[in-house]
Ligand binder design. Structure first.
Ligand SMILES: [Zn+2]
Length: 328
């Protein structure tokens, strides 16, 4: 896998698809899901239809507990991300992939989980409710393995975009903090940042910690395109896209069907994903309105200022009424 150039890379240095781009790239993706997943060692991909491969992939991804920088988080990245043609890393360790020559949409998720121990874990599946869950009292980690899985699906279907798999979100958004501080130029030309890191099944997040990160116009238009009961929601907490609020006009976070994240009761509604993925593939991202004026996430002095777990808890514990904080 190529590594980024010294001091972080610029957007122009990233490669698309198999690194050659153009028609050769497209031909190698003739069967998108199969072509991608056959590269994932240990998966019996050829016995499955594409949809079944995709669900098998999610099941496999969920078996990794992923404390930030742990051996099993690194194994997860090696197995599921670094084998994807065109994937590069920056100097922090975030993984990137660009599809299209000048994408205007950033899609992101994070590789780490709130687990405290490294290693694999055993899943349970309820086929009646179509849920993955566990019964060992520890989190499932669908937050945010499912977000990473959705990014891989969009990549397999060649949806134009700048894809970022952030490191260390759960410890304060350190991977996105690093990008906003050290290599903000890689986000030039990006008009919207979409995180897949929200509980539930219907939220287009407009505010994080009560600070506006995307316009109502944008959220309504995206919700209308998605259908499935999606609607704007101002109750977001925090994810990596908050760190881009001063650099990218429309920054949101979408529900991806998990509940009770960070607890032993966490589960993933995979039936919802079977509806969400086709809806995401239908969205005309470039047609979404861009209405918000970039403004740094206002609880911090600079766009990239670090939000530690302690900051986040302090923020949540001292929230003034929403109307006093709604900006931009
Ligand atoms: Zn998360």
């Amino acid at each position: 896998m190529p590594t980024a150039s010294q001091g972080g890379f610029v957007a122009g240095s990233m490669v698309t698809g198999n690194g050659r781009g153009g028609r050769g790239c497209r031909s190698r993706w003739r069967h998108p899901a199969s072509d991608l997943f056959r590269r994932l060692r240990g998966l019996s991909w050829r016995f499955f239809t594409d949809g079944e491969i995709a669900m098998h992939l999610l099941r496999e991804m969920l078996t990794y507990q992923r404390p930030a920088r742990s051996p099993s988080e690194r194994a997860f990245i090696r197995r599921f991300l670094d084998q994807v043609p065109g994937m590069v890393r920056d100097d922090f360790g975030n993984r990137w992939l660009r599809i299209g020559t000048r994408p205007t949409t950033l899609f992101c998720a994070h590789t780490d989980s709130v687990h405290t121990i490294s290693g694999r874990q055993r899943l349970r599946e309820d086929r009646r409710t179509r849920r993955f869950y566990k019964d060992d009292g520890r989190p499932l980690g669908a937050d945010d393995a499912t977000g990473c899985w959705l990014l891989l699906q969009l990549i397999a279907h060649r949806v134009p975009g700048l894809y970022v798999f952030h490191r260390e979100e759960e410890t304060g958004g350190d991977g996105s903090d690093w990008i906003a501080r050290e290599t903000p130029g890689v986000l030039a030309g990006i008009e919207r940042a979409i995180a897949f890191d929200r509980r539930g099944t219907g939220d287009v997040i407009t505010h994080q910690c009560r600070v506006r990160t995307c316009s109502t116009n944008f959220a309504q238009a995206l919700a209308a395109q998605l259908g499935l009961g999606f609607a704007p929601c101002a109750e977001g907490v925090f994810t990596d896209t908050a760190h881009y609020a001063g650099l990218i006009p429309e920054c949101t976070n979408l529900s991806i069907g998990y509940e009770h994240a960070h607890t032993g009761a966490e589960y993933q509604d995979y039936g919802f994903l079977e509806e969400l993925l086709p809806a995401l593939l239908r969205v005309d991202w470039a047609a979404l309105p861009v209405a918000r004026v970039c403004a740094p996430f206002s609880r911090w002095a600079e766009p990239g200022d670090r939000m530690t777990t302690a900051d986040r808890l302090a923020c949540l514990g001292s929230l003034p009424p929403a109307e006093r904080l709604v900006a931009a």
